[in-house]
Design a protein. Structure first.
Length: 170
């Protein structure tokens, strides 16, 4: 049984509250998902996020094939993290942790995704060809869309002459 991991971090120049309000609203997932995925929420996104919330989507991950995807929000800690787990959908396992923390000049978002593909060895053979590149593309799209929506994070510790505190100490 092969379990894969995808780990990303992104910094945004917005407040913790603004980041949390956007990221914890399931309706915003459509905005940060590529259009070709045909992402549509069917039910469950009519309230603010809460533990036990079931959200049903329709997605088109490959070759125009529509599939239902049902996730459950299993853990929520206000302005710190939430976890969604697939209950029904294309993966044998999908466990996605979303962390957020305040940093100087903005927030850092961190995603830690563990997933397992169906079909045993066939799924494993398809991972490097289909699944990994597609997930990388989706997360890269999300990164670019968030920059478009909120701006690019600039390291606020840099001095005007381009020297960081770390550079001075070393």
């Amino acid at each position: 049984m092969k379990i894969y991991e995808l780990h990303t971090k992104q910094k945004l120049p917005i407040s913790l509250q603004k980041a949390w309000d956007f990221l914890s609203d399931p309706k915003n997932l459509k905005q940060i998902t590529p259009d070709y995925m045909g992402f549509n929420i069917v039910s469950g996104a009519d309230r603010p996020m809460f533990e036990g919330q079931l959200i049903q989507y329709l997605v088109t991950p490959l070759a125009g094939i529509k599939t239902k995807w049902v996730t459950e929000i299993t853990h929520v800690r206000d302005k710190e993290y939430f976890v969604d787990e697939q209950r029904f959908g294309p993966y044998a396992l999908w466990h996605h942790k979303h962390f957020i923390k305040e940093i100087p000049g903005g927030v850092e978002m961190e995603d830690l995704l563990h997933y397992k593909l169906p079909l045993g060895i066939l799924g494993q053979l398809g991972h490097p060809i289909l699944v990994k590149p597609k997930l990388d593309e989706i997360f890269k799209f999300r990164e670019q869309k968030l920059i478009e929506l909120f701006g690019k994070y600039e390291n606020k510790e840099r001095k005007s002459e381009g020297i960081t505190r770390k550079d001075i100490l070393n």
